[in-house]
Design a protein around this ligand. Structure first.
Ligand code: C2E
Ligand code: CA
Ligand code: CA
Ligand code: CA
Length: 284
């Protein structure tokens, strides 16, 4: 037993060494990966709960690593934040997503014009050229600011003062939508919401999970009900993440949620697929 314990210990050590090495090599590889064009974006549709129409999509970045294959953002965004590479990487995502949104809009889909959601990391929020860069990207793409939604997490804004919020407010004044991502996972006080330049709450998946059960978790139902009523009182739209089943979608629609995103409609995928989904309307 002792020997086995010793062995286990060695294995665990070796594994954590391997993780450290992997983290270092991934971090070191990030700048070259950006130069070599190893990042790509998948788009996941955002669907109106009212009529099932596709309203747009969230841009989710991936890294096609020459050795490790496709890596998800959970494996490299934090590393990019630590090194500051998130600023040029985030600018690349925004540029690419804006170009794509323009292409969707030109492709002649005759529903409401498709929009694109882009995640913004806390480093980008603090980056002094955020507003100027975003305006330049929109200009270059010829994209209406109203076609862009920037997602910032609730936690990144907790404690932010007027000064820190100014860039977001400037973007909102230009017509860019701001969404509060992972809403409900932070501890922001609700009165504080009124001071934020946001137009949408994206309710975290953890709150909609209980709606996947049959019957739905009654406490989760009450929480979602409360958040929707608060949001609508403040004139905010509610988007729900992680919708995986039809009955969950129906329940969330009845609770008054506006927009949904999740595997029930579509997994994240290539940009062309969004256009096909939009033309056929995923849920009709
Ligand atoms: P997020 O913004 O909360 O994005 C939603 C995540 O939930 C995505 O994971 C998406 O693939 C996943 N998801 C969507 N529908 C479902 C569902 O029905 N069930 C389940 N279980 N999961 C679902 P992904 O693509 O791995 O992204 C993870 C996180 O990485 C994102 O969380 C976001 O915070 C971050 N991220 C992605 N792209 C970017 C980016 O360009 N910049 C920055 N700063 N962060 C990004
Ligand atoms: Ca997001
Ligand atoms: Ca989220
Ligand atoms: Ca999340």
């Amino acid at each position: 037993a002792k020997a086995a314990g010793g062995n286990r210990y060695e294995v665990a050590d070796a594994a954590s060494d391997a993780r450290v090495i992997a983290r270092h090599s991934l971090t070191n590889g990030l700048p070259a990966a950006l130069e070599k064009g190893e990042f790509f974006i998948e788009y996941q549709p955002l669907v109106s709960l009212e009529d099932g129409s596709v309203r747009g999509a969230e841009a989710l970045v991936r890294w096609l690593h020459p050795v490790h294959g496709v890596l998800g953002p959970d494996q490299f965004i934090a590393l990019a934040e630590n090194t500051g590479l998130i600023v040029p990487l985030g600018r690349w995502v925004l540029t690419e997503a804006a170009r794509q949104a323009r292409a969707w809009r030109e492709a002649g889909y005759d529903g409401a014009p498709l929009r694109v959601n882009v995640n913004l990391s806390p480093c980008q929020l603090r980056y002094p050229d955020l507003v100027a860069d975003t305006v330049a990207v929109l200009d270059d793409a010829g994209l209406d600011p109203a076609a862009l939604c920037l997602e910032v997490t609730e936690n990144d804004l907790i404690g932010a003062d007027e000064e820190a919020l100014r860039p977001l407010r400037q973007l909102a004044d230009l017509g860019v939508d701001i969404a509060l991502d992972d809403f409900g996972t932070g501890y922001s006080n609700l009165a504080y919401l009124r001071r934020l330049p946001v137009s949408t709450l994206k309710l975290d998946r953890s709150f909609t999970l209980g709606m996947q059960r049959d019957p739905a978790d009654p406490v989760d139902v009450k929480i979602v009900e409360g958040i929707v009523s608060l949001a609508h009182t403040l004139d905010l739209a509610v988007t729900v993440e992680g919708v995986e089943t039809g009955s969950q979608a129906e329940h969330l629609r009845l609770l008054g949620c506006d927009t949904a995103q999740g595997w029930y409609y579509a997994r994240p995928g290539p940009p062309d697929r969004l256009h096909q989904l939009a033309l056929t309307d995923v849920a009709s």
